[in-house]
Design a protein around this ligand. Structure first.
Ligand SMILES: C[C@H](O)[C@H](O)[C@H]1CNC2=NC(N)=NC(=O)C2=N1
Length: 113
């Protein structure tokens, strides 16, 4: 199954961080995302461009709905014509498979907008 077809699992504090090998295998499915380190935590981040603020806000709310459906939540920065989405797993202070699934699902929302 592709990442977009998978569902997030309930993340637990003792959940395993994604391994470098797994990440390397999954990255081609989310080519527009970059892996960043912030406050010592690995995160996935992508900036989406829009025509104006209203479209950026509409997309923001759809990502919010996705987050609620999956029980997994991003950081969202909404600006005029831009939305920066950052996924990581707070409980483990780093990246879990869930974050790759949610990044792929976020791309699907952008593509079907
Ligand atoms: C109780 C609730 O399910 C947990 O706090 C969830 C909520 N959403 C979450 N989102 C993210 N990104 N990481 C988490 O660890 C997390 N935990």
């Amino acid at each position: 199954m592709t990442l977009q077809q998978q569902r997030c699992e309930a993340c637990r504090a003792d959940a395993p961080r994604i391994t470098e090998d797994e990440a390397r295998e999954l990255r081609p499915q989310i080519p527009d995302w970059k892996q960043v380190e912030e406050d010592g935590e690995e995160k996935l981040q992508r900036q989406f461009k829009f025509a104006n603020f209203a479209e950026a806000l509409a997309f923001t709310n759809r990502v919010g709905d996705l987050a609620e459906d999956e029980g997994h939540h991003p950081a969202l920065l909404t600006e005029y014509g831009k939305v920066t989405v950052t996924w990581w797993t707070h409980k483990i202070g780093g990246l879990h498979r869930n974050d790759f699934i949610c990044a792929a699902k976020t791309d699907a929302l952008f593509e079907e907008r």
